[in-house]
Design a protein around this ligand. Structure first.
Ligand code: TXA
Ligand code: MG
Length: 347
């Protein structure tokens, strides 16, 4: 298969619009940018399209997909009645980086929900994502556009790495601004439960006078976890280790490790911030951003992990990020990418 590549401006072209629409309606796959990460899309009611996504991603079939639409009206076409607080969330955070898990109507195929009676719904804010859904005129299922287990793609180049000539169409939208996937919130009960943290935070929801719980606060037998959480995630090829502790201790620990690995002929990479990047003279150190700019850190996390892969790094050490409103979302991804491998230097 030869992938057709379009740029933002091409979406104004009638022939391109027809190609996108026809491809999706006939069960093809189209990758497009959203403000969180790139998504690999299929017509949500097309068995062929959905199958294509699971196959090309190598995704386990019990891990459900998010359905993307452009209006709250459309959300209601596919989901059952909900509690009143859900309306408040929808009105405040859509379009945007939030997914709500709602009770599904029968028309939503079991194939996209992994057999659950709920469906994840999202109205993305990115103009290209919106345009693609409008062009298609149907709901679009889209998981993150990465081979299962790899870091999500936030750059067009990273999408190409995983999917060139494996999908019908890829739309180049530059960098995904947010850089972390949407906050997934289960809203099927009296109070919302955050299943996957993101840049719509617990604090932001509480400011609307809505009581919200996090997945780990709930009795596990009581609430279904986001099924995706049990799988290995975001893993770079090199071994990622998070180092936690006082900054000076962390820096000297990492420099010691760099020496040990270099002696064995192994390459070490360091994920650090602007203010510390000059402190690792003999390693491949990437600054993920300014320590005080959590937006920047969030948006650079996945691309930094992929950057390490490009350089064939054997061991990657990352500082931890406990500061700022997105620290939970950032650490959630980083911990999974590291397979929970943390060196704690404080004790
Ligand atoms: O930002 C995003 O959410 C991106 C863009 C493309 O929209 N999409 C994305 O999709 O991250 P994906 O498939 O990589 O992650 C969806 C997550 C998974 O952890 C999945 O288990 C969970 O949402 N999920 C989806 N439907 C669910 C449901 N009915 N119940 C519980 N969890 C659900
Ligand atoms: Mg994903």
């Amino acid at each position: 298969m030869k992938t057709r590549i379009y740029k933002q401006d091409d979406l104004e072209n009638k022939l391109v619009q027809e190609d996108i629409k026809k491809t999706l309606l006939q069960g093809g796959n189209v990758i497009f940018p959203t403000e969180t990460v790139y998504g690999i899309g299929a017509y949500a009611l097309s068995e062929k399209g959905i199958k294509g996504i699971y196959e090309v991603k190598g995704r386990p079939s019990d891990n459900p997909l998010i359905m993307h639409v452009t209006s709250i009206e459309d959300v209601k076409k596919y989901t059952k009645e909900h509690m009143s607080y859900v309306e408040t969330l929808m009105e405040n955070f859509w379009p945007g980086p939030m997914t709500l898990v709602l009770k599904k109507k029968d028309i939503v195929p079991n194939m996209i929900t992994g057999g659950l009676d709920s469906v994840g719904m999202r109205i993305p804010g990115h103009h290209i994502a919106k345009k693609v859904i409008e062009i298609a005129g149907v709901p679009i299922c889209a998981p993150s556009a990465n081979i299962s287990g790899r870091p999500s793609a936030t750059l067009f180049e990273h999408v190409l790495e995983d999917f060139k000539d494996k999908v019908d169409i890829i739309i180049d939208g530059g960098k995904s601004e947010v850089g972390l996937e949407s906050t997934v919130i289960d809203v099927t009960r009296e109070f919302p439960v955050i299943l996957r943290p993101g840049v719509i935070t617990k604090d932001m929801i509480e400011k609307l006078s809505i009581e919200v719980k996090e997945n780990q606060e709930i009795d596990k037998s009581d609430v279904p976890k986001a099924p995706g959480m049990k799988y290995r995630h975001y893993a770079p090829k090199g071994q990622l280790i998070i180092v936690d502790g006082k900054l000076e201790d962390v820096i000297s620990y990492m420099n010691q490790k760099i020496i040990e690995h270099t002696e064995k002929g192994l390459k070490t990479g360091i994920i650090c911030t602007e203010d510390t990047k000059n402190r690792f003279p003999s390693a491949f150190a990437i600054s993920i951003g300014n320590i005080e700019n959590e937006e920047e850190i969030a948006s650079n996390l996945f691309l930094t992990l992929r950057h390490m892969d490009k350089h064939d790094i054997d061991y990657i050490y990352s500082i931890s990020f406990h500061q700022g409103k997105y620290s939970e979302a950032i650490m959630n991804r980083l911990m999974k990418a590291a397979n929970y491998n943390v060196i704690q230097l404080d004790t």
